[in-house]
Ligand binder design. Structure first.
Ligand SMILES: Cc1ncc(COP(=O)(O)O)c(C=O)c1O
Length: 432
């Protein structure tokens, strides 16, 4: 039988998949599952996107230019202008999602066995993009004690060697919710300059900043054109399934290569890139109310986590995630137990154990990532249930490894008592 390539065999499946399957099983048994595991916003998609879809009459739906339709590129340029970033048409390419943008960029900045420095915990799909490109990620570990802010230059430089081609940073960060301070952005730019590296900034959560100004690396002078910015409409506009992203760079060689990557897949989806035009043009009206809601959720999560005995949490400054440390032996075991065995009043919670966000074995063993993609009422309830689960998990007797009362198979009554919350309905769980 023919064998798949070693590259394909070594590709990491989403570390969340197994727990997601267990969640689906629990739902079939009538247990309501609060999903704090996925980076999929629950807020509404802008009406202007649907209006643009309804008004479409292009027949047939044709390919657009590989780099993106000119009108759509111009809408992105207008969006960037509101951050005082002036872009030439040649400096932006529309991609089929931020994921495709990251995949292209990883292939483009480094070759086989060359390295990209990343800060762990990091967005786990960086692993997949690196595997596809044959590139090695070299992690610099961040610390919850410092709110996952950058360590000293010396610690970052310890990860840079003769094979290093780029530094990749996500700001605001998935999975930590940390937003870089201006001095940290300055330092990263200076380090990239000193070691002659590309600086890849994943800014898909750009506007998700709760305690300060929205920043973009694009506002930095970049005389040596080392900056490459990855963007996406998924989170900013609640359009995860539309699959539109962008790459921005002032480096002519980078953009010529990006366009060649784009040519290899011919065109990004015509319908979605065109329907995005009015949304991008109205972003100053659309985004602020959404950020207001994320801010309230951040405050609710922060207040609830601080009340849970033994939990170490930092206050996330942006995006819609946080990583916290739990008073448990293993976050993997606890998360698995909570979704497979535990229920309280027919409800349980699905979280993402943090080890999947680290490259260094053994890191993040007691940590989980929470995506606060529920309304504040549901969030508070989910964190109440998490608190009860922690108490019960730590009180298990070694003899039974189970909990009397609420753990184990959900009682038959769960089916009848099923909450009306939308979170309790079976939903197709994505792998994000
Ligand atoms: C940090 C980060 N970058 C990029 C992406 C990719 O987003 P998309 O492919 O939906 O544009 C995600 C999605 O979760 C993300 O969290």
């Amino acid at each position: 039988m023919p064998q798949i390539s070693p590259r394909a065999s070594s590709l990491q499946a989403s570390p969340l998949r197994k727990l997601v399957d267990s969640a689906e099983e629990r739902k079939k048994k009538g247990v309501c599952v609060y999903h704090l595991n996925i980076g999929q916003p629950d807020l509404p998609t802008p009406q202007s996107f649907y209006d643009a879809l309804s008004a479409m009459s292009e027949n047939p739906v044709a390919y657009k230019r590989s780099q993106g339709a000119v009108e759509a590129i111009d809408a992105w340029r207008e969006y960037y202008k509101t951050y005082s970033v002036d872009l030439d048409r040649s400096e932006l390419a529309i991609t089929t999602s931020g994921s495709e943008a990251l995949q292209f960029i990883t292939c483009l900045v480094a070759d086989h066995n060359e390295e990209v420095v990343v800060f762990e915990p990091f967005y786990t799909n960086y692993n997949a993009f690196a595997t596809i490109a044959g590139v090695k990620l070299h992690p610099v570990t961040l610390d919850i004690e410092t709110g996952f802010h950058l360590p000293s230059d010396a610690e970052i430089e310890a990860a840079i060697n003769e094979r290093t081609k780029a530094i990749l940073v996500c700001n605001p960060s998935n999975p930590t919710g940390t937003v870089l301070r201006k001095d940290e952005m300055d330092r990263l730019f200076a380090l990239a300059e000193k070691h002659d590296l590309f600086l890849i900034a994943d800014e898909v959560y750009r506007e998700f900043v709760f305690d300060g100004e929205v920043q973009t690396f694009l506002s930095y002078p970049d005389p040596n054109h080392r900056l490459i910015v990855v963007d996406s409409i998924s989170k900013r506009f609640n359009l995860c399934g539309a699959r539109i992203g962008a790459i921005v760079s002032r480096n002519v060689d980078v953009m010529k290569a990006v366009v060649k990557f784009c040519m290899s897949r011919l065109s990004s989806p015509t319908v979605e890139q065109m329907a995005m035009i009015p949304v991008l043009k109205q972003h100053q009206e659309i985004v602020p109310p959404l950020i207001h809601e994320w801010h309230a959720r951040r405050d609710a999560v922060d207040a609830a986590l601080k009340k849970i005995p033994g939990v170490k949490a930092h206050k996330p400054e942006g995006a819609f995630y946080t990583i916290c440390e739990l008073p448990v032996d293993s976050a993997e075991n606890f998360s698995k137990w909570m979704i497979e065995e535990f229920q309280h009043e027919c409800e349980t919670v699905l979280v993402a154990p943090a080890p999947g966000f680290y490259a260094t074995p053994g890191k993040g063993e007691k940590e989980i990532r929470i995506a606060y993609v529920l309304n504040t009422k549901e969030l508070k309830r989910a964190l109440e249930i998490l608190t009860i689960a922690l108490e019960q998990y730590n009180n298990r007797t070694h003899a039974t490894k189970s909990i009397s009362g609420s753990a184990g198979t959900a009682p038959e009554s769960c089916r009848a008592d099923r909450s009306e919350s939308t979170r309790c309905q079976p939903v197709e769980s994505p792998d994000a």
